[in-house]
Design a protein around this ligand. Structure first.
Ligand code: ZN
Length: 116
């Protein structure tokens, strides 16, 4: 058992690549029902709020950057995407966002929430 765990660590070390960067892929919410459309959008928030969803690229931090490190290999994690507040009824901490990070070496994930 210890040998297998040791071998896994070696394999993990051999393929370490660290954080990666990919071109930005914007995500556009497409509510599929009248009920869903009713919860999208803000009465008072700025024009961009609710439209900042995306995969990869660079995080659009609403507070100072908080890039996590992988709990297993301690490398800086790759930015995988961000999820924006959805609407007045579904806003994240005062029109904030959730940022998702991934370690492509260990397949560990972390998320960071920032309030707007
Ligand atoms: Zn890792």
């Amino acid at each position: 058992m210890a040998f297998a765990a040791e071998r896994q660590v070696v394999r993990r070390t051999e393929r370490m690549t660290g954080p990666r960067r990919f071109p930005e892929i914007p995500l556009v919410p497409t509510p599929a029902s009248r009920e869903a459309r009713a919860v999208v959008g803000f009465k008072w928030a700025g024009e961009k709020v609710g439209r900042r969803h995306k995969l990869v690229g660079v995080p659009d931090w609403v507070q100072p950057p908080e890039v996590p490190e992988c709990p297993l290999c301690k490398q800086t994690m790759t930015f995988y995407g961000q999820l924006d507040s959805v609407g007045d009824e579904m806003k994240i901490a005062d029109v904030g966002m959730v940022y998702v990070f991934l370690c492509f070496d260990c397949y560990e994930t972390k998320s960071v929430l920032q309030s707007g």
